[in-house]
Unconditional design. Structure first.
Length: 920
């Protein structure tokens, strides 16, 4: 890797006696040839699979050789008098270049540091160097500073300070640099190392707010998101400021991290540098954003296998990314803790002199300390590992650094015999039974390495990513967050909060609830349906924990049913009494319903940031309440039927009509299906009647209002029904990036359509602002008049460069038919990668097929859309003919995406999936 000798040799072949005007172009041509040649060689190494650290080292060395060779040209190599004149200066590499961590195509940052006043020959040398580098195509950040000026700027700006702390000499007088670093270190110490560290911590927090505080960001910024390269840089800056250590190896040699931690950190950096190098090869303008489409491309470029245990290549790639990002973030946190919050002498003295002794542990200053000088304490009784955790949880204490380190050093004692130990089992179940602290305690067990050792099944899902679900987080992180969400319930305020609080306070079998939450998604580590695999895993864990038959039955039910309430509340018609009756029969008891309600909340709340909202809370509470009522008082099927327009709710509509005429209410309701009154309040029904009456003088009318109690807007459209009306409406929404949460579609028998939509602004995920509604309304009215080319508007929105990177081709696509969910309708479930205009395309297809749409339940994530459509055929009946089902399936799959979708026709007799058809 001796690039310098190579380029110097090439320069030497050019006649030094040639005139300067003719010599520089020849030197530049040789240098360009050298740079292009070496870049191609390094690129070939990268493409052949070389690690990030290798490429970074080669690229930095190549740039060093170019800078040094040009520097030697500038000062006049071999000219002793001229070289003496340049003695009191040093050419420095700063920042990432100073750290020798240049990724492909990186900018280079250099500084000419000099003593005293700068002389004209030195300025000329600097100009020669910079112009030469610019002509070679390098992006150069440059400065010329005296030592005093550089110290002053470093004192004013911490960014400049850190850049100079990492500086290294490229050429010139190393004494100038050494003396400068000594003065810089003294200045830093004088200003306060603790202040510097606190400022660096605040900088990271600000960056997290902008780029992502979560390691498990859907589209992480590999530099600024938590776990990104800036975490590593900041950790090194802290080590440099506090301990004078400039590299990770120096940190290891000083004993601040273990050898295992150091090796994992090296692997993590190697991986992230490799990813960043690959990203630099793309000219997408997205810099360090690891977007969904980039994730796929990089996974393929790195040769990840298409499938392993049912996993996509991109899932395996992101599993590795999150594993390494977590390691880098841990390094940053360790340096922050060691550098910013050292164990003080006063605390150590307090521990030695004070506190109480209980169970062999010393308790002082709300911390748990292990017995002093007893290195075999855990080996004598390995169950003490869980005992210490249980004790600290029970009394609300923290583990001291020594206790945590002692546990980490002894987790290898958790073996097969430990896992079936009754004593260890009792401590573990006791930890699970404290619902207020179980989340934080089990999280701590995971960090200490206890959880993965005690439950090896949990290790199988560590950082495991699944893109066929709405989950932002890997499976292990999602499960831990779900468990932590039990502590969130007492602080909830949305609809259903009181019910959740009451159920939590009276929860039976709390330890089984916690265990079910912890295990509910572990089946995703297998190839088959994750619920079935999860039940198998839960049974194996339950047997190892010696659960009773009743406990096993409860655990099995919760794992088997953990998706049920989410599915019914978000994708099925809760006004359909038969849906509630069937679910109540499946649950069987109020006790099981309560536990499932808590698990479902914990699961949904842990899906991703912003996934839980008032609307989902209300739907889940509605399902819970209706099912609870059904379990308490199941209505006999033979009860006398009351015409729905004679109910008190129907009569209440009159209160919102000026005329108070019940006859008009009865007429309006008689023109609609019985389900209509269940979907709307009396006030909304009255508004619909007024909108329908207004159609005597106009073709359509639209209204928008905030949905009371929710962060949603409700848009109501009333118009003369026609083929494609629903598609035109949703197309107008899509053209303005309005996302539909739910849609209720009704058509009176006299041909008047009343369509109601719960929507959010796609940009803000909140209700529509007045300015946004004005734009939507204008497009909506044009669409209803047939004056808007909806298709072209959507295609234009799809071409937006801000949205192209959202596409991910490997996500699942499917069309599924359900003839069991409704007595009157066929439900078509559709899932596909979300994109602008997807719902419009689906609606247009349903319309072209002559299907009547009555209800649409819409759910969309950053990756995936899952929608349910209640439809009937042209005569108002269910779709049961297999050939008709296949025709509809094929046409829907064709518009979902270019890649394959899957279709499941339903047997006309049983209503069950008969066979799977691949879309062409």
């Amino acid at each position: 890797m001796d690039y310098l000798d190579d380029i110097k040799h090439r320069f030497a072949e050019i006649d030094a006696s040639a005139p300067a005007d003719s010599r520089r172009p020849r030197l530049l041509a040789v240098a360009k040839e050298f740079v292009l040649e070496k870049k191609d060689e390094i690129l070939a190494m990268h493409l052949s699979g070389a690690g990030g650290a290798t490429i970074v080292a080669h690229y930095t060395s190549m740039v060093d050789s170019v800078v040094k060779a040009i520097y030697f040209l500038a000062i006049g190599k071999g000219d002793r008098p001229r070289r003496d004149r340049y003695r009191s200066h040093a050419l420095l590499a700063l920042g990432g270049y100073g750290r020798e961590e240049l990724c492909l195509c990186s900018d280079i940052d250099i500084m000419l540091l000099h003593e005293g006043r700068i002389e004209r020959p030195l300025e000329a040398m600097n100009e020669y160097l910079l112009y030469f580098l610019w002509d070679l195509g390098f992006e150069v950040g440059h400065s010329v500073r005296s030592s005093g000026e550089a110290l002053r700027l470093a004192g004013e700006d911490d960014t400049i300070l850190t850049s100079m702390l990492e500086s290294r000499v490229l050429a010139g007088d190393s004494r100038v640099h050494e003396e400068f670093l000594e003065r810089l270190a003294a200045q830093l110490k004088s200003d306060g190392v603790r202040r510097f560290i606190r400022k660096k911590e605040r900088e990271r927090k600000r960056a997290y707010r902008e780029a992502g505080v979560e390691i498990y960001h859907v589209e992480p910024n590999i530099k600024q998101t938590a776990g990104g390269l800036r975490d590593y840089h900041t950790g090194i800056w802290i080590a440099l400021a506090r301990f004078g250590l400039k590299t990770a190896r120096q940190v290891f040699n000083a004993g601040l991290v273990t050898e295992e931690q150091f090796l994992r950190l090296e692997q993590a950096l190697d991986f992230l540098w490799r990813v960043r190098n690959q990203m630099r090869l793309e000219d997408s303008g997205l810099q360090d954003m690891l977007t969904l489409s980039r994730q796929e491309r990089i996974a393929n470029a790195f040769g990840y296998p298409p499938s392993r245990k049912g996993a996509l290549a991109v899932e395996l790639f992101m599993q590795d990314y999150y594993t390494h990002a977590a390691e880098i973030h841990r390094f940053y946190q360790d340096m922050l803790r060691l550098g910013g919050l050292p164990e003080t002498h006063s605390r150590a003295k307090a521990v030695r002199r004070g506190g109480k002794i209980e169970r062999g542990l010393r308790i002082a200053q709300r911390r748990v300390y292990l017995p002093a000088k007893d290195t075999n304490w855990f080996r004598e009784n390995p169950a003490r590992i869980l005992e210490v955790v249980w004790y600290s949880q029970k009394h609300g204490l923290r583990l001291s650094e020594g206790a945590a380190s002692g546990i980490r050093a002894n987790v290898n004692l958790i073996d097969d015999r430990f896992r079936v130990s009754p004593v260890a089992r009792d401590y573990f179940m006791a930890i699970l039974s404290d619902l207020s602290r179980v989340g934080s305690t089990v999280r701590q067990m995971a960090r200490l390495g206890i959880l993965g050792r005690y439950l090896p099944e949990f290790s199988a899902v560590k950082h495991l990513v699944r893109y066929d679900s709405f989950h932002q987080y890997p499976v292990d992180e999602h499960s831990l967050r779900a468990l932590e969400n039990l502590a969130v319930i007492p602080h909830l305020r949305e609809i259903g909060a009181d019910a959740l609080k009451g159920v939590l306070a009276e929860a039976s079998s709390p330890e089984i609830l916690s265990l079910a939450i912890l295990l509910h998604d572990l089946g995703k580590s297998g190839q088959g349906p994750h619920v079935e695999e999860g039940v198998r895993i839960a049974e194996a864990v339950g047997q190892r924990l010696a659960l009773s038959e009743e406990q096993m039955r409860t655990l099995r039910f919760l794992i088997q049913s953990h998706l049920k309430m989410t599915h019914l509340s978000q994708y099925r018609d809760l006004d359909d009494r038969e849906i509630i009756r069937a679910f109540a029969s499946e649950v069987g008891s109020a006790e099981y319903l309560n536990l499932l309600y808590l698990l479902t909340f914990a699961d949904l709340y842990a899906v991703r940031q912003g996934a839980w909202n008032d609307w989902k809370s209300a739907l889940l509470f509605q399902l819970y309440s209706l099912t609870k009522q059904m379990l308490a008082r199941p209505a006999p099927p033979e009860r006398e039927r009351v015409e729905y327009w004679e109910t008190p709710k129907a009569r209440a509509v009159c209160e919102y009509l000026k005329s108070g005429d019940f006859a008009s209410v009865k007429k309006h309701l008689s023109l609609l299906s019985p389900r209509y009154l269940g979907c709307f309040s009396p006030k909304e029904v009255a508004e619909h009647m007024r909108m329908a009456d207004s159609l005597r003088s106009k073709r359509s009318t639209v209204k928008c209002a905030p949905l009371s109690g929710y962060s949603l807007s409700q848009i109501t459209v009333c118009a003369r029904d026609r083929i494609g009306l629903f598609a035109e409406i949703v197309g107008a929404f899509a053209s303005q990036r309005v996302s539909i949460v739910s849609a209720a579609i009704f058509t009176r028998s006299d041909g008047i359509a009343i369509d109601s939509f719960q929507v959010v602004d796609g940009a803000t995920e909140g209700p529509l602002a007045s300015t946004k509604w004005a734009l939507v309304k204008a497009n909506l009215k044009k669409a209803l008049r047939g004056e808007l080319d909806v298709t072209e508007l959507i295609r234009r929105a799809e071409r937006s460069p801000r949205l192209v990177h959202r596409t991910m081709s490997s996500l699942r696509r499917g069309v599924y038919f359900d003839n069991y969910a409704s007595a009157t309708h066929t439900v078509i479930d559709v899932e596909a990668p979300d994109r602008i205009g997807l719902l419009y395309d689906i609606a247009s297809t349903l319309s072209s097929l002559g299907l009547n749409l009555s209800l649409a339940k819409i759910a969309t994530d950053v990756r995936q859309a899952r929608d349910a459509f209640y439809v009937t055929d042209g005569e108002g009946g269910k779709i049961t003919n297999p050939l008709r089902i296949e025709e509809i399936s094929e046409k829907l799959c064709r518009i979902l995406a270019n890649s394959r979708g899957s279709v499941v026709p339903v047997d006309e007799q049983t209503g069950k999936a008969k066979r799977r058809v691949k879309a062409k």
